[in-house]
Design a protein around this ligand. Structure first.
Ligand code: AMP
Ligand code: MG
Length: 416
């Protein structure tokens, strides 16, 4: 392995090489009630105009607008109240000139009616329909045809594309699908992601800790990361630095037909960094040194045909490696066409030293006098999780920059 040429890749180069190796997942149909957060795999078109009928946008009185011409305080127009129209009822009575129907928001306009006078504007009448409805009302302001009426197709027309493919379905899309009467929707399958933690020193939280061992924090962290990225995690726990154990775990992942295996630890040049070797023998390995900090080493390849990404073991390196490389990968597998994280503009709230590599620093971003100001959180060592817990953002120091003055404009990813 040592004679293999190792190139130093820029973050964006490494990411586009990685993404190129991952197609979209297959498609499946799921109930709308469970589609929140899933990614639509085809556009959704309207099968009807909406509203389907002319409806009232107010609680009030449906009228024939021409009846109100010339109405004023001195000469109010008097209208005879006929059948009431609650929402959900299909009105059959045709309004004749001089007639009005009490109508509720969302109810269908009666034939003959072409405007709605809001109840608040009917002079001398109670302001709600909770009281007894009068036999006649007086109108003192003229109303135009179409006022307070939702026209047919005002929201959308039959055939309109309402929901685009390759975007996540949010509460609003769930509502729209339901408005169309749909109970199912076609989405991309969720990628199944095996999560392995490698290291002889790792213990399972909840079990006793023998001297020299540490609890596995990367496993649970990566499970949470996978879920939030739209993948389904399959947890394999802690795997010792032992060839047979590593191969057994990887084979189990293959049997479970996962779509991607991610691991932490064992990709550097330590004596027990075996997973790289195993991948190289049992599949294909590309090992990249990425010009970034933390998280420089990144292993990418496949184990017996299953894609594999190996992250470094230090918890913050593993976290940053996930955010930079695996979140967009899972996003693409899950069907998203826009996988890049949205970055915001911030200004450095202090002087920051860097080493020229693209750096993802733990920071707190707060709004201060209309500016988003970023300050680092404590010790930036790649094993120091506390400063990650204190952070609400990753502050990005571009490649080639070694020192940043307070007040410099930078980009950051908000984590919350
Ligand atoms: P490695 O990349 O295997 O050389 O590990 C680098 C550092 O990360 C070592 O100090 C490991 O003990 C630590 N480490 C590796 N895996 C984990 C894990 N799953 N949880 C917490 N720390 C880990
Ligand atoms: Mg290790």
């Amino acid at each position: 392995l040592s004679e293999e040429p190792e190139t130093l890749l820029q973050v964006d180069e490494a990411l586009s090489k990685l993404l190129a190796g991952f197609p979209f997942m297959g498609k499946e149909t799921v109930p709308v009630s469970r589609a929140n957060g899933r990614v639509a795999s085809r556009p959704v078109f309207a099968n009807t105009h909406f509203p389907q009928y002319q409806t009232s946008s107010m609680d009030g009185f449906a009228v024939v607008a021409s009846d109100t011409t010339g109405a004023g305080n001195d000469h109010p127009v008097c209208l005879k109240v006929v059948s009431e129209i609650p929402a959900g009822l299909y009105p059959l009575h045709k309004l004749l000139p001089g007639e009005t129907s009490p109508i509720m928001t969302g109810a269908i306009l009666p034939p003959g009616g072409d405007a709605v006078v809001p109840i608040e504007e009917v002079s001398g009448q109670p302001l709600t329909f909770n009281q007894k409805i009068p036999h006649q009302i007086q109108i003192t302001t003229p109303i135009k045809p179409g006022n307070n009426v939702r026209q047919v197709g005002q929201d959308f027309q039959a055939g309109d594309e309402l929901i685009s493919a390759n975007r996540p379905l949010r509460a609003s899309e769930i509502a729209l699908l339901s408005m169309l009467g749909r109970t199912t929707v076609q989405v991309y399958k969720r990628p199944q992601i095996a999560v392995l933690s490698t290291g002889n020193e790792l213990a399972t939280p909840g079990k006793p800790l023998i001297p020299g061992s540490i609890y596995d924090s990367n496993g649970p962290m990566l499970v949470a990361c996978v879920k939030s990225a739209g993948g389904h995690p399959v947890l394999f726990g802690q795997i010792p630095d032992d060839r047979t154990a590593i191969i057994r775990a990887l084979e189990q992942a293959r049997h479970k037909k996962v779509d991607l295996i991610i691991s932490s630890g064992g990709v550097s040049v330590g004596a027990y960094d075996l997973i790289r070797e195993v991948i190289q023998e049992q599949g294909r390995l590309e090992f990249w040194k990425v010009n970034m900090r933390p998280g420089k080493p990144l292993a990418f390849g496949n184990f017996q045909g299953i894609p594999f990404i190996g992250l470094p073991g230090n918890p913050v390196s593993a976290f940053v490696g996930f955010e930079v490389f695996i979140r967009p990968t899972i996003g693409k597998m899950a069907g998203l066409t826009r996988t890049a994280r949205k970055s915001i503009n911030v200004v450095a709230g202090e002087e920051i030293k860097s080493d020229g590599r693209e750096s993802y620093l733990r920071a707190i971003v707060v709004e201060d006098n209309g500016e988003m100001v970023a300050r680092l959180t404590g010790h930036q060592g790649s094993g120091n999780l506390r400063s990650l817990v204190q952070a609400n953002a990753l502050l990005i120091i571009p490649t080639g920059v070694k020192s940043v003055r307070s007040g410099t404009e930078l980009k950051a990813w908000l984590l919350d």
